[in-house]
Design a protein around this ligand. Structure first.
Ligand code: FEO
Length: 385
């Protein structure tokens, strides 16, 4: 696929991939986007996931022989983009262009020797002839070695993971109506833990004129404004009047409590997203954490502590570092508690104001329910405020 004259998409669509990082379901698969720039010198930007090397070669060889590649740009060393680097280097005399940290990872992961690597500095340019590559260091998006590449004359940004999404559908953003939904799922898992680095990168991008964003997963944005304005909000942690409810329940007591809170929040005009952890899609939770202002966590006590899937969920929430501001915890137990103590300990290092923690024995009494109603109203006021 030619994106603009002499700039080609030569990546692969992985329609069958159903999970990423052994964590996030991919309902529509994903793509590993690789780009070929043909000029006096030829550059390949990023490669593909291991197992797709032959398909990459086939795509490149519709345009030229792999041996004609002069530069192999490694924006990011993770195997879904760099896995085919040894294969391409074997078939060509290409020099690997990457950051200093990238060179270290290329050596340790892929055995790329120093004499096949050129380290590029932040803002450095390399001329391909009538086209120029500019490198923009963007650490921790998504690993410490990451950088973006900007094709100056065509005003195309190649940001690798940043601004991408997991869907194999469509080739351009306007062909995928739900693209921002997929981008938000992706941001929640991949980029949210590095929001500050994302904010810095967005500042750098403001200095560039960008006509096309060509990420390494998902469709190419020929309307970059939509994704850039979404990232403007997500990277600064802009939240909505929204509460995410995440819970586990075995015999319905915890569920009764979280449902009551959810109903009150809805009646107060607050957006609510409820996830029963027994069958929740972790990608949906990650997506809802991106813009929720409040969280309700619910778990019964099981074997003296939180239900194991609630324990997992709280660990996930902590790891993803969402911009949550207010929280409520509810718990139930049969003969001895323990879950609430554990949940409180886990949440205490987070900058979440806990508005209420309710632990009930058996099913909630009318008194418990009244207390929950008061807490839910307070949560609604805070979230709306
Ligand atoms: Fe798509 Fe961080 O790799």
């Amino acid at each position: 696929m030619e994106i603009v004259k002499n700039v080609y998409w030569v990546g692969v669509k992985d329609w069958n991939r159903r999970i990423f990082d052994s964590l996030i379901p991919l309902p529509q698969g994903t793509s590993y986007n690789s780009y070929l720039i043909v000029n006096k010198k030829t550059a390949l930007i990023d490669t593909v996931n291991p197992g797709f090397e032959e398909k990459l070669r086939e795509n490149i060889e519709k345009i030229l022989d792999v041996s004609e590649i002069d530069y192999l740009v490694m924006n990011h060393a993770e195997p879904d983009h760099a896995g085919a680097i040894p294969y391409i280097l074997e078939l060509s005399d290409a020099v690997l262009l990457t950051t200093e940290k990238g060179a270290e990872v290329a050596k340790s992961y892929y055995g790329v020797p120093k004499d096949r690597t050129k380290v590029v500095g932040d803002g450095e340019v390399i001329s391909l002839g009538s086209k120029t590559l500019k490198f923009i260091h963007a650490p921790w998006l998504h690993w410490p070695e990451t950088m973006f590449t900007y094709l100056v004359e065509d005003r195309i940004l190649f940001p690798c993971d940043f601004l991408g999404c997991h869907t194999a559908y469509g080739f351009y953003d306007d062909e995928v109506p739900e693209i921002i939904y997929y981008a938000q799922r992706y941001f929640g898992e991949i980029m949210m833990p590095f929001r500050n680095m994302g904010k810095k990168a967005m500042k750098k991008l403001k200095e560039l004129e960008i006509d096309i964003i060509a990420p390494s997963h998902g469709p190419i944005y020929r309307n970059p404004e939509r994704i850039l304005s979404a990232y403007e909000k997500w990277t600064v942690g802009e939240t909505r009047r929204k509460v995410i409810v995440v819970y586990a329940s075995m015999w319905g007591a915890t569920e009764k409590m979280v449902n009551l809170i959810a109903d009150i929040l809805l009646s107060e005009g607050v957006e609510v997203a409820v996830h029963n952890l027994a069958f929740a899609d972790i990608g949906e939770i990650a997506k809802d954490l991106v813009d929720s202002r409040g969280i309700v966590l619910g778990t019964p006590t099981v074997l003296g502590g939180m239900h194991p899937i609630a324990l997992f969920a709280v660990s996930l929430v902590k790891a993803l570092r969402p911009p949550l501001r207010y929280g409520v915890a509810v718990s139930s137990f049969g003969w001895s508690g323990g879950a609430m103590k554990q949940i409180s300990e886990m949440l205490s290092p987070m900058k979440i104001e806990i508005l209420g923690a309710v632990e009930v024995k058996g099913y909630p009494s009318e008194e418990d329910l009244e207390k929950l109603r008061r807490i839910a109203k307070e949560l609604a006021e805070k979230v709306k405020g």
